[in-house]
Design a protein around this ligand. Structure first.
Ligand code: ARG
Length: 588
């Protein structure tokens, strides 16, 4: 296999265009290659749009070019010779259209089959990223908002990891704050033997929280005790520390259940972890002259906001913002993050806007957001119920995440039983498939929408085998695997000896979509939009259907080539599933 290069296909085209720019207009500064997919596939596969921009820079100056089209012609003429290109043409005001060669597409697909998808990973401009996601609050419910954060955050981590980025997956749990005073005192009162009791005895922590809160609101003596408890805890009193740790531990175990089911890994570094650094950070910010007094509080003013960021409360205590400023300081200085990503609902946009602006004022982040280090808030919309309101269930006001996962799995299992899989498969296989379908459905239903929009939680829709669902896609993948099995050919052998030949237009279209995998990941990862990858996968699946409708595979003359194309499709579908956090199924 001759070297067909690495990175995304678009990056490979960009490299050619960069060379052409350097030879065509060596004296024009600051021109970045502008490469896009051809608007009209008849013209080619990619187009370079630089000619018009260059023209506006050089027209009227002493130049040999008469118009933008002439620049386009010159660029086309100086594109380095490469096995990548089949033909180059210039259209309209200077668009340079590039058609990839079929042979090159075939070679790229062979590269995938023999070396794996790693060679296609796009190069990003940063190497170390903190992704702050999931981040539920101790003793409070982990609600659907946290589920969204967990699913979206995990997928973004997976994409960045695929691109070779070192990702610090951070669970910024709310494990600090004044609510712990009442929780600890309530623990002491209700469970005098709290040190010995098991976690189950504390029971449902949400319920525990509610009861503690009620007592706090009605019982003045308890309230006073709780307030003193906060001081004792923050002062490091061992008994209060131990009680705090106990409460955190109970919560942590219930969060971990959800992560385990969803196969999400995270490293907890909760709010408490930054506490010891807050005074130092406040001093640093004061030293920079950023901190002002406002009604007893210490604040930082930021542009475009009517309220300032409150760094120290009027009672001298620290809050959510103090912790986030400090966590950012820590991530930049101790963890050497180049990019920091925060995945929360859009309701927190204002908070992060203020934190980021304060960090710019402090000189921690550059004003120019194209430079590193960089902070990005990945906001997402609400999950709605059938009534169009915030998602809740009838019995309880909050939806328990484990119940949602259970229901998705149960319904999927039911579907498999109806299809007669119960007798055919082992109980274990049935269980595994039900989980892959059920959890995959929940994840995909969340990821496929632009994260900023609200979406309606609907089991029937997300578990539908037709339509843009994980279930449909998992079936599509399993069908491809069964085509390969039916051929009774050894694919591993075919990969070594077989030859791929793209002949039918639908074969070429499928092949092209496959090799473009890397650039979709590139877009999804740089814009932090998992739905971009979902759309890619759904389109890919449609293209496979076109191919399979038009081209006979098993028993045809082109069987070997077409089986390889099937295999390449299955490989890429599995890669997409992996980046979306979905388990593939090989038969269904
Ligand atoms: N615990 C917060 C919540 O439940 C989310 C924390 C997000 N991360 C952060 N660094 N503020 O709303």
């Amino acid at each position: 296999l001759e070297d067909v290069g690495i990175g995304s296909v678009r990056q490979q085209v960009v490299n050619l265009v960069r060379e052409a720019l350097a030879t065509t207009v060596p004296d024009v500064e600051d021109i970045e290659p502008q490469v896009a997919v051809c608007g009209n596939p008849k013209n080619g596969d990619y187009q370079c749009n630089n000619a018009m921009g260059i023209w506006s820079k050089i027209k009227g100056k002493n130049t040999s070019f008469k118009n933008p089209n002439a620049i386009g012609q010159a660029l086309a003429g100086s594109l380095p010779r490469s096995s990548l290109t089949d033909s180059v043409s210039v259209a309209g005001p200077g668009f340079v259209n590039i058609k990839l060669s079929d042979r090159w597409i075939e070679k790229k697909l062979h590269q995938l089959l023999s070396h794996g998808v790693g060679e296609w990973a796009p190069a990003l401009s940063y190497k170390r990223v903190v992704v702050d996601f999931s981040s539920p609050n101790i003793a409070k419910e982990m609600h659907v908002g946290h589920l969204r954060s967990t699913i979206i955050g995990d997928s973004l981590c997976r994409m960045l990891e695929y691109c070779g980025v070192e990702v610090l997956r951070r669970n910024h749990v709310g494990d600090w704050g004044t609510q712990f005073g009442m929780l600890i005192e309530y623990l002491f009162e209700e469970f005098p033997n709290w040190e010995e009791i098991g976690d189950q005895a504390v029971g449902d922590l949400q319920d525990f929280y509610k009861k503690a809160k009620i007592k706090f609101d009605v019982d003045a003596a308890f309230k006073e005790k709780a307030q003193k408890a906060v001081v004792l805890l923050q002062g490091g009193n061992p008994q209060y520390r131990a009680a705090w740790a106990k409460i955190c531990d109970v919560s942590r175990k219930s969060f971990d259940q959800v992560y385990k089911r969803l196969k999400v890994t995270l490293e907890e570094k909760g709010e408490s972890a930054y506490n010891e650094y807050i005074p130092g950070v406040v001093e640093e910010l004061k030293g920079k002259g950023l901190v002002e007094d406002s009604e007893g509080a210490k604040v930082i003013k930021v542009s475009g906001q009517t309220i300032p960021l409150i760094l120290v409360k009027s009672d001298g205590g620290f809050n959510y913002a103090s912790t986030d400023m400090t966590a950012m300081w820590y991530r930049l200085n101790e963890e050497k993050a180049e990019v920091m990503v925060y995945v929360t609902d859009v309701g927190q946009s204002q908070h992060f806007d203020m934190v980021f602006k304060a960090a710019k004022r402090a000189g921690w982040l550059p004003e120019d957001e194209s430079q590193l280090p960089r902070a990005r808030h990945v906001g997402f919309g609400l999950v709605l119920g059938a009534d169009g309101k915030r998602f809740r269930t009838r019995s309880t006001e909050v939806v328990r995440l484990v119940d949602l996962l259970d229901e998705a799995k149960d319904r999927s299992k039911q579907g498999l039983v109806e299809r007669g899989r119960e007798g055919e498969w082992s109980a274990e296989e049935l269980e595994e498939a039900a989980e892959a379908l059920g959890y995959g459905a929940i994840k995909y239903a969340d990821l496929k929408n632009n994260r900023l929009t609200n979406y309606t939680f609907n089991f029937d829709q997300m578990l539908d085998i037709r339509g843009n669902t994980a279930v449909y896609l998992l079936y599509a993948h399993a069908r491809i695997c069964s085509i390969i099995r039916k051929s009774e050919k050894n694919v591993e052998e075919l990969k070594k000896t077989g030859q791929m030949k793209l002949q039918h237009p639908s074969e070429r279209a499928l092949g092209l979509q496959l090799i473009r995998f890397g650039e979709f990941v590139e877009d999804a990862a740089s814009d932090l939009l998992p739905n971009v990858l979902c759309e890619y996968l759904y389109t890919l699946s449609g293209m496979f259907t076109d191919f399979y409708t038009n081209c006979k595979v098993v028993g045809s003359e082109e069987e070997t080539s077409r089986l390889l194309l099937c295999e390449a499709t299955a490989v890429i579908m599995r890669e997409c599933f992996k980046l979306l956090g979905i388990e593939p199924l090989y038969r269904l």
